[in-house]
Design a protein. Structure first.
Length: 244
């Protein structure tokens, strides 16, 4: 009886150890950092992800949608699939890469280009604030079957723009405002993103004070010149009429 119990405990122990080893060797996305650069035409996303490959050397990353892949580099291994593979799991698209090393931690750098990476629309504040206020929404979806341990987003605004109001995240202390390459940036606090879940940044942006001042000055100056010319024409006409 004791021998059977010992055997049972050994089997259970082996199963637990096997599960632990599988979890340790399974694919992971430990960290996923995005730098999104907003522009009027083509927008870009630079991704730096710390991942672990599976026993076949595969890496799994969120789907790219309609974005164009401009660059893929791997630090810590050699890439066997230069262009990557667009695949689906339960109708969720993901990008699969393969490296030459199984169960290996690597750093993946990806550069995407495309439109509507950040959704733009006129804000309701536009009529109550001097200068156009635009609403920006950046939605990130983790379409992989893996949880992302730490996701971070840095949004770089167009030149001459600044943050007016942040709607999501709700707490303003959860965002960091800074300047990168002469452009204003906003970076929400890093968070984990479960498999199949999404993260959203929503904010309003406006023109910087200097830009608004120049625009207002040009408009005011133009109106002043217009009325001056118009008044001069009226006075000239009146003077000609009064002459005998």
């Amino acid at each position: 009886m004791k021998a059977k119990n010992i055997t049972l405990f050994l089997v259970i122990g082996i199963l637990i150890l096997s599960v632990a080893v599988f979890a340790e060797e399974g694919p992971k996305i430990k960290k996923y950092d995005e730098l999104v650069t907003v522009s009027a035409e083509i927008q870009t996303v630079k991704v730096q992800a710390d991942c672990v490959s599976d026993p076949q050397g595969f890496l799994y990353l969120p789907g790219r949608g309609k974005l164009t892949v401009k660059e893929i580099t791997i630090k810590g291994a050699d890439l066997k699939t230069p262009k990557g593979e667009d695949r689906k799991l339960n109708d969720l698209p993901y990008l699969r890469l393969q490296i030459d090393k199984p169960n290996t931690p690597v750093t993946v750098t990806l550069v995407y280009e495309g439109k509507d990476i950040v959704k733009e629309k006129d804000s309701k504040l536009g009529e109550t604030y001097p200068g156009r206020v635009t609403n920006y929404t950046r939605t990130f979806s983790n379409t992989t079957p893996l949880d992302i341990g730490k996701y971070s987003l840095t949004l770089q605004l167009p030149p001459g723009k600044e943050v007016f109001k942040v709607t999501k995240p709700a707490k303003f202390e959860d965002v960091l405002l800074s300047v990168k390459d002469g452009r204003k940036t906003i970076a929400p606090k890093a968070t984990s993103v479960k498999a199949g879940a999404s993260y959203e940044l929503v904010l309003d942006v406006c023109e910087e004070p200097g830009t608004r001042s120049i625009v207002i000055w040009v408009i005011s100056g133009g109106l002043a010149i217009f009325f001056l010319i118009k008044r001069r024409g009226i006075l000239t006409k009146a003077g000609n009429t009064s002459n005998p």
